[in-house]
Structure formats: C-alpha cells, structure tokens
Design a protein. Structure first.
Lengths: 114, 117
C-alpha cells in the first residue's frame, strides 16, 4: 500500500518568512508526486514532479523531488497571509491501469500571521 | 481551464435518509472520476474510482452498497450515501480525470459538507 508522510503537520510563521514543507513517500512503481493547496474547499494544483533534481517554480513557490531518498520539498519564500492553507502532497503509481489514483498525505497546515 | 462543479456544497439530512452528491465536468470529458472523503484534520481518503459506463472500483473497507456511485455519462458522476448515519458526516470531494491529462489529470470539485443528524 502506498504511503505518504508530510511534516510538519502544522506550522505558524510571520509574513515574510520562508518555509519548507516536507513530503516522504513509499510507492510501488512510482509515477509522480503532486502538491496541492487546500483552503476551505477544493485542493488547487501546484506542481507535479516526476524527475529527480529538477526544480519546479511558480512565483514564490518552488518544489523539487528526490527519487533516491523518496522525498519532496515545497518551498514558499516571502510568505503572505494568503498562503495560509493546508498543503497536500500526493503520489501516483503506474499500477491499476490508466486510472492513476492519488494517495494523499495528511497535509501541512500553514498559518501565516501578519 | 478544466472545471468540475460539485453540488450541493453543504447538506444536512436526517439519519436513515439518502443523499445524492453530483459532480459535473463543465468543459471536458471526465473519463475517470475519483471520490474522496475527508475527516477534520485528516487527509483525503479515496473511496472509489469510476470509469464512464462501468462499475466503480471501491477501496478496501468502503461499502459499495452504502456509497452508490454512478458514472453514466462523460460529464456526470454521482455519489449517493444511502441510509446515512451520523458517522457518515464528512467532507466528500470528487476529482475528475480527463483522457488527455491536460490538467495533469486531476481536477477537483469544491466538495460537499455532509452532516447527518
């Protein structure tokens, strides 16, 4: 059974701080790792990572995957109060035909105080 | 971009009644739909996967007779919670995958907060 562990489970910072969120995984026949931001309702897609060592970047957010050590990090620089959310990490594998179901971690609750 | 409309967003029902939740893909064909349940401060737990026109595949421990999933068309999937009990109270969310995977395959609905009293 695929497993995703995120840390920390919660984090409180001040605006302007930089944060690093961690995601480790155990997956049989790994396909991809995805990061999502969940505010009050639906998760919104941030990044999908399939290759080691290639940083994905979008504004103040960036992420990288280490397939050897089986983990990924999500960095947020110059945090803003609008970054407050639960950040979810999920993995997919190549089993199960073409459905590629997602297995989620418990998430990291980030609170950015003004 | 790809949009999935899920409704109702919130529903309160009496114990023993059934509740239907709908997810519609508005601008793409959802060949696969995933249904998740999320308890407070917990992760999204996959309940079942459905492909258009075929029976859903349920995850271990999910009662298929209690959580009826219908994916009769490429734009609509429904989850019916039958004979609901208070322990079924949760946040239910769908995720649609299109054939091309343009949105990296997973577009989420906005979720349904179910409260059974």
């Amino acid at each position: 059974e695929d497993k995703v562990v995120q840390s920390p489970l919660s984090l409180v910072v001040h605006e302007g701080d930089t944060v690093t969120l961690n995601c480790s995984y155990e997956v049989t026949n790994f396909r991809s790792l995805l990061w999502y931001k969940q505010e009050k309702k639906a998760p919104t897609f941030l990044f999908m990572l399939t290759s080691s060592g290639i940083e994905k970047k979008s504004g103040r957010l960036s992420s990288i995957l280490d397939k050897k050590e089986l983990f990924s990090i999500l960095n947020i620089t110059a945090t803003q109060t609008g970054d407050s959310a639960v950040y979810l990490c999920a993995v997919t594998n190549n089993s199960g035909g073409s459905n590629y179901k997602l297995t989620f971690g418990k998430g990291t609750l980030l609170t950015v105080n003004p | 971009g790809a949009v999935v409309s899920q409704h109702p967003s919130r529903v309160i029902c009496k114990s023993g009644t059934s509740v239907k939740i709908e997810c519609r893909s508005l601008d793409f064909q959802a060949t696969t739909m995933f249904w998740y349940r999320q308890f407070p401060k917990q992760s999204l737990m996959l309940m079942a996967t459905s492909n258009e026109g075929s029976k859903a595949t349920y995850e271990q421990g999910v009662e298929k007779d209690k959580f009826l999933i219908n994916h009769a068309s490429l734009t609509l999937s429904t989850l019916t919670v039958t004979s609901a009990h208070p322990e079924d109270s949760s946040f239910y969310i769908c995720s649609a995958r299109d054939r091309t995977g343009i949105t990296y395959g997973y577009t989420f609905g906005s979720g349904t907060r179910l409260t059974v009293v």
